[in-house]
Design a protein around this ligand. Sequence first.
Ligand code: ZN
Length: 288
Amino acid sequence: MEKLVITAALVGALTTRQQNPNLPYAPQEIASAAIDAWKAGASMVHLHVREPETGVCVQNVEYFRETIERIRNACDLIINVTTGGAPGISLDGRVGIIPKLSADAAAKPEMASLNCGSLNFGLLSRKKRQFILDDVQMNPWSGMLRFADTMKECGVKPELEVYDSAMIHNAEVLQSLDALVEPLHFSFVMGVLGGIQTTVENLVFLKTSIPQTASWSVCAVGLPIYSVAPAAIAMGGHVRVGLEDCVHISQGVLASGSAQMVEKIARLAGEMGREVATPAEARKLLSL
Ligand code: ZN
C-alpha cells in the first residue's frame, strides 16, 4: 500500500484559545506548530491565519507569506492554504490570496482547499438549545468555477473538500468544464453540523464514490476522527488531524498541540503496518 500522508490542520477558523490555550495565532507560532507537526510525521500543513493579538480569522496575505516563509526556512512540508477562510469573508477575499501568494515563489502554496458546495454550517449548544454559530457556507457554482480556474492558472493543486456526498458530483461538474487537473485529490470533511456524519460506513461510501484514479484524505470534527482514521489507513486513504478539527487528544484531555495528534496517527499507522510518507514522498503520491 502507498505510504500515508498525514496533514496537520494547525489553526482553522473556529477553534479558540478558550477551548485550547495551545492554539497558535501569530505567524511565528503557527510556523513553530508546523515544524513540530513535521517532526511528528506530518508531510503537509493546512493553514489559516489569525490576527496575532485577538485570534480573529483573516485572509491576510502578509500573515500567510510570513508563516509560509518561516516554515520553508525550517523544513520541506507541503503547504496547503485555506480558501474557505472563515464565516463572513467574501469569495473575493477567500480566493484572492492565491494569485497574490503565487506571484512570489517563496510564498506560493502547492495546494489550497476548494470547498465543493454550499452547506449549512454551525455550532450548536444542545444544553442551551441554541445555535452559537448559525451560518451558511456559500459556494455557488460560479464561485467554485472561479476558485478552480484561479488555482489551475496559478499551478496550485486543489484539495477538493467534500462535506457531503453530493459535493463529489459538484467536483465532477468542475472537471467536466476542464477546471481541474487530474489526478484529483479529495478531502472528506466529516461531522460538520450540516454535513455528513462521521461513520465508517459513510467513509466507505465517499471513498467508493470518487474516481478510482483520485487520492483522498479524511478529517472529522472532534474525537470521532480516531474511529474513522484507522478505516482510512486500512483503505489506502490519508488522514488530517489538528487543532482546527479537534482540541482533545482523548476524552477530556486537551491536546498539547497538533503535533501530538499527528504522532497518534503515525503510531496507529505503525501498529497497522502502514508507513508514513515524508514530504518528498507525499509530493510524488499527490502528483505535486
Ligand atoms: Zn481549514
